[in-house]
Design a protein around this ligand. Structure first.
Ligand code: FES
Length: 98
């Protein structure tokens, strides 16, 4: 195993877990445009070396979804929609500026 320090100040995980309607899950409710928009916004601001946007599987809080978690800041965002992109960017900006 190679152990190294992450180059990112924060890692944003967008849950995309789907269950085909069997049970509530983020991937069944999240707008498919959200991830590319988040990635584009991060790139536009020049934050790509510092903020990583990734998909994740279940984060364990399915009923509250769609969910995003931002680590290592221990930030959880729930019921996320496209309207929340400016607020998400403001949160990331605080992390960049910290
Ligand atoms: S399906 Fe997203 S938190 Fe469980």
């Amino acid at each position: 195993m190679k152990n190294q320090k992450t180059p990112y100040k924060a890692h944003l995980f967008l849950c995309v877990k789907t269950r085909g309607g069997e049970r509530k899950s983020c991937g069944d409710g999240v707008n498919p445009d959200l991830k590319p928009i988040l990635k584009d916004e991060v790139k536009k601001r020049g934050w790509k070396p510092f903020i990583r946007v990734s998909e994740s599987s279940c984060l364990g809080v399915c009923e509250a979804g769609p969910n995003i978690m931002i680590y290592p800041q221990q930030i959880w965002l729930s019921a996320v929609t496209l309207d929340d992109v400016p607020a998400i960017m403001a949160t990331l900006e605080e992390i960049i500026d910290a």
